[in-house]
Design a protein around this ligand. Structure first.
Ligand code: SAM
Length: 524
């Protein structure tokens, strides 16, 4: 049996998360980028180890009914919660197993196209880590991909320093939440009173700010748990190689990973050829003081390329929800236009075809488009504004590809191998998928099929989504709210507010449905 941590997951359950970067649609995209033909996302097998309550798998299972999902976790509470949720969502393709990874015999499970270990590898004893990599070797399909996140050095030296002080300070405290309070009190005190302000004080302040942002449950397990072992990237790769696995890429595409680096740093990194990718990535971590990695690995004999292949743009669909700041963007050459998302900095572009492409993508979001179709539509947009005879060269298409890849590193542009069923409008009988409605009932956050996360702002939005079951017409939804008001289920501070709310109700519902459709919450 695994050594038990002093605070176990039965006493304090780990929060439910959906980790977009572990979704097979993302993993398949990264695999395709580097020439690995993984199984089609709509018909694949996925294993998640240390899956917690399985919410991450549930998000996948509900939108990929032909694929099969298996989750294994040690905690009975986590698995109980997950099994109940899977029943409520009707995800018969999700199987959750309560077991210690050390004791599971996987020989009857068959191969998996995607294996996920999020928030697991650094937080388990060495023997479970070894077992996990053996499972990857034995259970990963020929062209399969495994996702492994872990705390990384050198950045995590600073986090470890805080952990060591926090655990020392709280070693005689029983209650997990009291441990958190006292840990934060210590870090707060140290940052205020540090003797040496120049370096140490700044480190303490920075680490305190990072720690206090985490919920108590995360601090309990991620910082104060029995195991927390960061790795240098090369150490992780060496452990994977011992199991005949190799580094494929990071889960998130950082094309412009040298942005902001000094010339000398770029020169150093460029000295390492593709055959020395592990060294290159390691020095990159030194330069970035990296503290967390999400690494993809595959079998050592898989034939992978180290540069994004030419066919990447032929095979994948593109999604982007950057919007032009201007209501009437100018597509003429050399005229800068800014594209951004909800106040966040996006991109400033002066290239005609790219401006038109981003404009087109924003208009069709949450739908996606193939690259060829995107080019065709973008040319038309520029032609309509400037002149039908406006000429584009092959170089323009290459520039568009290059810029799309550069912003792929952000969350603004995404490439996908699989197009999930998403409606661009709410329709007469709006239908949010079962997982969305489950989240509306059970959570404060929504995770859409388009990988967008949104806080549920109020009870009205929550109830509206629950009613979007594909059975109720918009008229019935309106009547339902009116009934709730008349029966006192929805209450108001005074009569005036109530009257105004009822008057505006049809418009409020329409607006909310439109916004929800833009997030990709509805199905056809
Ligand atoms: C930090 S939580 C991560 C949960 C989830 N993967 C996430 O990232 O949101 C680690 C999980 O690993 C599980 N775990 C730890 N040791 C395990 C073992 N030996 N076998 C199976 N699960 C284990 C714990 O029960 C816990 O749910």
């Amino acid at each position: 049996m695994t050594e038990k941590s002093s605070i176990n997951y039965e006493d304090v359950v780990y929060p439910n998360f959906v980790h977009a970067q572990t979704h097979p649609n993302r993993l398949a995209t990264m695999a395709r980028a580097y020439g690995l033909q993984t199984a089609p996302v709509e018909n694949c097998r996925v294993l998640e180890v240390g899956c917690g309550s399985g919410t991450n798998l549930l998000a996948m299972a509900s939108s990929l009914p032909q694929s099969e999902f298996v989750g294994v976790d040690l905690s009975e509470n986590h698995i109980k919660f997950g099994a109940q949720a899977a029943g409520e969502v009707g995800a018969a393709n999700l199987k959750l197993i309560r077991a210690d990874l050390l004791e599971v015999d996987f020989s009857d499970f068959g191969k998996f196209d995607y294996i996920i270990a999020h928030g697991f590898y650094s937080w388990i004893p060495p023997i479970v880590r070894e077992r996990f990599l053996e499972i990857c070797r034995a259970q990963l399909a020929e062209n399969g991909v495994a996702f492994v996140s872990y705390n990384a050095f050198p950045g995590c030296h600073l986090r470890l320093m805080m952990r060591e002080m926090m655990t020392y300070h709280t070693e005689n405290i029983e209650s997990p939440h009291e441990k958190v309070d006292q840990s934060l009190a210590l870090l707060g005190f140290l940052k205020e009173t540090a003797f040496e302000k120049e370096v140490y004080g700044k480190i303490l302040e920075n680490e305190f700010d990072k720690t206090i942002e985490r919920t108590a449950e995360l601090i309990i397990h991620d910082d104060l748990g029995t195991f927390n072992r960061p790795f240098y990237f090369h150490e992780f790769v060496a452990a994977a190689e011992k199991n005949d696995l190799q580094f494929l890429s990071e889960a998130e595409y950082f094309h412009e990973k040298y942005t902001g680096f000094r010339k000398e740093a770029v020169e150093l990194l460029n000295r390492f050829g593709d055959e020395e990718i592990v060294r290159r990535e390691q020095y990159l971590d030194f330069l970035k003081n990296r503290r967390f990695r999400q690494t993809l690995i595959c079998h050592k004999n898989a034939d992978i390329k180290r540069k994004v292949g030419e066919d990447f743009f032929d095979e994948l669909k593109i999604v982007c929800d950057l919007h032009p700041d201007s209501e009437t963007p100018d597509f003429s050459p050399h005229k800068n236009e800014k594209f951004s998302k909800a106040g966040k900095k996006g991109a400033t572009i002066d290239h005609s075809l790219t401006k038109a492409a981003l404009f087109y993508l924003s208009e069709i979001f949450p739908r996606s488009v193939s690259f060829d179709e995107l080019v065709e539509n973008s040319k038309k947009i520029v032609g309509d504004q400037l002149s039908e005879n406006f000429e584009f060269s092959e170089t323009d298409v290459e520039i568009l590809k290059d810029i799309l890849l550069k912003i792929f590193a952000s969350d603004f542009v995404n490439f996908f191998t699989h197009e999930p069923q998403i409606a661009s409008e709410a329709g007469e009988k709006p239908k949010a998928d079962d997982f969305i409605r489950w989240q509306a009932k059970n959570s404060d956050t929504l995770f859409s099929r388009r990988f967008r996360t949104k806080k549920i702002e109020d009870d009205f939005s929550r109830q509206l989504l629950i009613l979007c079951d594909g059975e109720h017409t918009r008229e019935q939804i309106l009547e339902n709210f009116k009934r709730k008001i008349s029966e006192g289920e929805i209450t108001f501070a005074d009569e005036k507010m109530k009257r105004e709310f009822i008057e505006n109700l049809p418009e409020t519902i329409e607006n909310q449905l439109r916004q929800a459709a833009k997030l990709g919450l509805f199905m056809e």
